[in-house]
Design a protein around this ligand. Sequence first.
Ligand code: ATP
Length: 274
Amino acid sequence: GGDRRGKPRAPSFLTFEEIGGQDRAKKELKEALDFLIRYDEIQKLGIRPLKGILLTGPPGTGKTLMAKAAAHYTNSVFMAAAGSEFVEMYVGVGASRIRDLFKEARTRAQKENKESAIIFIDEIDVIGGKRDGGQHREYDQTLNQLLTEMDGIHTSESPRVLIVAATNRKEMLDSALLRPGRFDRHIEVDLPDKKGRLHILNIHSKNKPIAEAVELEHVAEETFGFSGAQLESVMNEAAIYAMRDEVSHIEQRHLSLAVDKVMMGEKTDRESTK
Ligand code: ATP
């Protein structure tokens, strides 16, 4: 709402309402986050603090969105990194980046007067893959540093730090990461069902002129197996087709063409990686 024309959307202020489908995942995540919010009760009962949440599922399903919404929901500072950013040629550089990330999260939380910080690590499998007898010393050090940082999170600490990590290859993760007190809460962020797809299409058509006769329901039906990211692409491509047609509104046929295009794009991507 309000007049936000021309202003880029602040990416860290995203709410759960802007995430389509994923009802179960959202509910589970909110429940887990209540551990961060209802912290005093947790502490009084002697419950172990929640340190790590692992989001699993295929690419483009909204894991990053979930982490951002989590920060908004808990009024936390949000920091994001990707596993691949810690891969360096020199031993120790990745580990020191991890250290810096945690340090910065704490500093920013203090500066912004927030009681908690959420650190999002995408592609955690890149640094947290199964260790195989010291062959990847650099990866080991980075992972060890992450484990050290997690073990160093204490109940009494302020700001409270929570790590949300994402992977689409959970089976690849080193078991050390999955132990109690580390990433012991797993939430599956799966491909959306038809209802979820319709919800996502609705979200991404909000800023677009759609002809009255358009039935997004039909698009939702046609897009079995599409991720949220692909559905966002469909809406975008449809708008491009409308522009090419020099019409002011997106029509059903633009959407059908867009669905085909995104589906084909997917296929050629897959074929080229074979
Ligand atoms: P990856 O594993 O590839 O990092 P991801 O699961 O983190 O993917 P996001 O980065 O959260 O996926 O999603 C990419 C984009 O796709 C979002 O910016 C958004 O436009 C769209 N999108 C994905 N899922 C949803 C969803 N559930 N609701 C609305 N939009 C979505």
